[in-house]
Design a protein around this ligand. Sequence first.
Ligand code: NAD
Length: 381
Amino acid sequence: MKIGALKESYEGEARVSVTPSSAVHLQKLGHEVHVESGAGVRAGFSDAAYEAAGVTVQPNAAALIGAVDVVVKVRAPSEGELRQMRRSQTLISHFWPAQNPDLLELAREQGVTAIAMDMVPRISRAQKMDALSSMANIAGYRAVIEAANNFGRFFTGQVTAAGKVPPAKVLVVGAGVAGLAAIGAAVSLGAQVYAFDVRPEVAEQIESMGAEFVYLDFQDQTQDGAATGGYAAPSSPEFREKQLEKFRELAPDMDIVITTALIPGRDAPKLWTGDMVAAMKNGSVIIDLAAERGGNCDLTVPDERVVTENGVIIIGYTDFPSRMGAQASELYGNNIRHMLTDLTPGKDGIIVQNMEDDVIRGATVTFDGDVTWPPPPPKVQ
Ligand code: NAD
């Protein structure tokens, strides 16, 4: 089949869905690879680099969509992109079906098979295609780099002739994929790292990374940490109160707070309140990774850097993976090629849309003129 990567139309997006190296793998599956001219430039991949990898460069989006059977991209498609697609073509990209019901309907109407990278189930076998995790890992790392760049002090403690410097204190709230990446990066920069999660089973992992798990004085922490498929369940009001009480106690002492708390399908829980921000020291930094879903901090403004009256910097950027466009494209390109590997079982360039396969079924949101989202729960965990 012919697989083609579109140039991202979302302003400022630096990622690309196929890299020269992932294109080589796709060709080994028997596919022919195309790319829209300039698609990889912001991630550091020139048209010439694609051509050297055996890829055909198409002059524009219309020519690319016209030439291929499978269109791949990073962000959810625009309405215009979907309208240019034809019956029986396949689209593989993020889709966010819950947030984009109109796009879902349009994909169905167009007769397009849409495979949503954000709907890949979080089961072991699908880890290699799990784009949410590969992007969250980058976001967690980059959140620490952004915090360090905005913090006017060292992360690591030092004893110098000019004076003793204490290590920065970093609190990570939510220790899922992004949170664990943030913990790893902050520990490696020498900070004293604390982390909290409603799922107590992550305590051991946090401590093995050299951070300290923040325990609550709560009788039955497990009742709130009950998790399904690596995700948390909502907290009870009593638990939440205990959590906020603990955060109020920690706020004056923390230099950096990185929040990543999320329960899928819900708005981000408000966990870092205005009074906590007011209690923080001048020059402290909050990086709110949940900004796109409303933010974990009351004062976060999505895509903005805000400085409060007491000098606390609050960053709500929603494009951390794009800020590391080369790395993000490399990992997303790998997620896409693994998805296409599963879709090409014979390695003969023939795509088989096996709706009995948990991963393919879970990610497919429109197929054969129907909306196929939400999927049934996966058979294997
Ligand atoms: P994840 O599901 O792996 O982790 C979320 C963690 O939050 C889980 O461990 C969960 O137990 C925990 N949690 C839920 N409710 C909590 C609460 N009340 N208190 C403490 N912890 C709580 O998710 P992820 O893949 O790590 O993504 C984390 C966040 O980062 C998401 O909001 C995601 O949208 C965001 N993200 C942002 C960017 C960006 O550029 N800003 C990029 C990628 C991901």
